[in-house]
Design a protein. Structure first.
Length: 165
């Protein structure tokens, strides 16, 4: 009987190939995942510094009987590139309306821009804009820009509205 001459890859060559494939795979994944992780980290850091407060001591944050809301938003000394703020107005029946204050809404609605560092501005938002007849609560969340990406941060202030006098 004749014996077949089977040739196989040596164990050393197989080990070197496995190591090369593993290193190449890690390099490809690293190149794809690291920019995403960096962007998420930068957005998170920007949101940590971004903070708007709703001022209740001045008496300007309140709701009128016709559904119009007056909101005083203040900004502290934190350094961040705030490009907008998202207001959420909640009604007593559970409905809510989200309103974005940014460059576009400032220009089209002829309202004051966002507060600068150590500044407070008051915004009056009518019932026609919100569609809410009996607003009871308002919250504000900063919108920041990191690179070319806009990120809406978590709510930095929430206030139960009182009736305007």
């Amino acid at each position: 009987m004749r014996k077949k001459n089977n040739k196989a890859i040596s164990a050393l060559v197989a080990t070197v190939l496995l190591i090369l494939i593993t290193v190449a795979g890690v390099a490809i994944i690293w190149g794809a995942v690291m920019p995403m992780i960096t962007r998420i980290t930068q957005s998170g850091q920007a949101c940590i510094n971004a903070r708007y407060n709703i001022d209740t001591t001045s008496g300007f944050t309140c709701a009128y009987s016709n559904g119009t809301v007056s909101i005083s938003i203040a900004r502290g000394a934190e350094q961040f590139e705030g490009i907008g703020a998202q207001l959420v107005i909640l009604a007593d029946n559970g409905n809510s309306k989200s309103i974005t204050l940014d460059e576009t809404s400032v220009a089209t609605n002829n309202i004051a821009g966002l507060p600068d560092m150590n500044e407070m501005r008051t915004y009056v938002i009518g019932n026609l804009e919100t569609g809410i007849d009996n607003p009871v609560q308002v919250s504000v969340a900063p919108i920041v820009k990191v690179g070319n990406t806009k990120t809406t941060c978590d709510v930095s202030a929430k206030v139960t509205l009182t009736e305007c006098s």
